[in-house]
Design a protein around this ligand. Sequence first.
Ligand SMILES: [Zn+2]
Ligand SMILES: [Zn+2]
Length: 348
Amino acid sequence: MAPGAALQPCELPTLSPGSDEVVVQVAGCGVCHTDVGFAFDGIPTRHALPLVLGHEISGRVVATGENAAWLGRSVIVPAVIPCGSCPACRAGRATICRQQYMPGNDGDGGFATHVLVPSRSLCAVPESLPSGITLEMLSVVADAVTTPYEAIRRAELGAEDVAVVVGAGGVGGFGVQIAAALGAAVAVIDIDRERLDLAAQHGAGLALDASSTDLKGLRAAVRTFVKESGRKGVGLKIFEMSGTPAGQATAFGLLDHGAYLAVVGFTPKPVELRLSNLMAFDATARGNWGCPPDRYPDALQMVLAGKIVLTPYVELHALEEAPSILDAVAKHAVRRRAILRPSQSKTN
Ligand SMILES: [Zn+2]
Ligand SMILES: [Zn+2]
């Protein structure tokens, strides 16, 4: 894409990998709100435009540099690829590595037939997948699954906790399932009845419609749910996954004593909050920029083991539909995680 211009198809040059790079033939690439931010909201990409967007990639390695071990392997490309050697990486904070590489931000991304990425940190996908799971569907592990996975891991969510997931869309639907798989009682809040029903079928014990219930009503319903859940954990663990100002305000408004608030969704829009509530409630708020690649195998395993189901939460589209799909995602008109699929990989 070019600055301020609509997305356009273009011919890529032949990609030849450097010594520590691979070329991945894209099976699928998920569409994220971050892509929308780059495309429509003036969020600058780190690499100058024009640029191919897309950072939620699965595919097959078709060319390698010196590290030929990956050749022919099915992989998930982490959305954030840290350098592995800087002070942040060495301190175990790989997600804030300043030398990190993000496809579709630091270089051409996955809304393409092929993508050139660093070979470090690739997540291997078994060649034989459980029925109902395809390599193209697994693209969503690269962000929509691993980002809430990491947020939930950092929250140390366990079986004695009550999790509240705000936003049951492309990311929140996975968040609900991960939280439930860890044994937590899960309440979900959204404004879309269909999403709420789906979340209730896949892990949520309570589904609240914020379009018909005000904050006071939501708080009361969550309080009752906590009591009835019998969980002993102190403080709600709240996960903001809607990436909307309204969702963020709701998530913050649900803080109780000892609460933990994880900000997972992204919006460039500001929201007015009484920040002192953190102090008054002795609460914690935290964000996470993706997930360190070394945790991808565990998240992938949850998918392969059926603890996180993908099918009801994803929809596949031809790569050529990218402009209209991004537009629909920007308008929050896509209920599921959209995956763009180049036509060549239809047989994968
Ligand atoms: Zn993303
Ligand atoms: Zn680093």
